[in-house]
Design a protein around this ligand. Structure first.
Ligand SMILES: [Zn+2]
Length: 221
């Protein structure tokens, strides 16, 4: 009986925590679940294309993308400018390059980046291409970009209580919370053929950096 009671108490605590996060997100002022990072600098540029709100649910996925464009110091700004001004119906919440982060959509709103999972996804675009080799992913530009992206993702994950783990197809389809690629979403829902960030994205190294930067572990720096 004692152990059953303990399990119920733990479960109730988890549900309460996510409810509090969502209520604070709606209120807009909470540290947990606000629409923008509090611990990494971002430049707000906005987007012409997004859907207001989340259909009453909190986001529980971080979706990793590549922009399919060149790696340079202004890649985040030029992609953000495209989301802000282009008639092309696309938007991700963030774009990261080697030295900056641009925000295009408030996290409390739905971006148009991964059909099938947009209502619960927060999209992070990265400069570069899905075709990159493992060696190319490990170049100085990408190391700087992924370190910056990991700090951003840690901030997002802490505010929305998203665990630092990559989901399997089954977990994604079952509604679990975690990290996925655009390719994972394309395969799970069959609404896109985008395969970014490609098979050589350094998932293990990236998620280790995210985990190390999480506030909830006390290791955020
Ligand atoms: Zn994508």
């Amino acid at each position: 009986m004692a152990s059953t009671g303990q399990k119920i108490a733990i479960l109730t605590g988890a549900v309460l925590a996510s409810t509090v996060a969502w209520v604070e997100a709606i209120a807009g002022g909470g540290v947990i679940g606000g629409g923008s990072p509090s611990r990494v600098p971002v430049t707000w540029m906005g987007s012409r294309h997004y859907t207001a709100g989340r259909g009453g649910r909190a986001p529980n996925l971080i979706v990793i993308h590549t922009i399919e464009g060149p790696k340079n110091a202004s890649a985040a700004e030029s992609t953000g400018r495209m989301f802000a001004t282009s008639a092309r119906e696309a938007s991700a919440h963030y774009t990261v390059d080697s030295d900056s982060i641009v925000q295009s959509v408030d996290e409390r709103n739905t971006g148009w980046h991964a059909p099938g999972a947009n209502d619960r996804g927060i999209g992070i675009e990265h400069a570069g291409y899905a075709k990159q080799t493992a060696v190319e992913w490990d170049d100085p530009y990408n190391r700087a970009m992924l370190a910056l992206s990991a700090r951003l993702a840690a901030d997002i994950a802490d505010r929305w209580n998203i665990p630092t783990r990559r989901l399997s197809q089954a977990e994604l389809l079952a509604g679990y919370s975690g990290f996925v690629s655009h390719d994972d979403v394309s395969r799970a829902y069959g609404k896109s053929n985008h395969w970014d960030p490609g098979p050589n994205f350094p998932w293990a190294a990236y998620l280790a950096q995210v985990d190390a930067a999480r506030y909830s572990t006390g290791r955020y720096a």
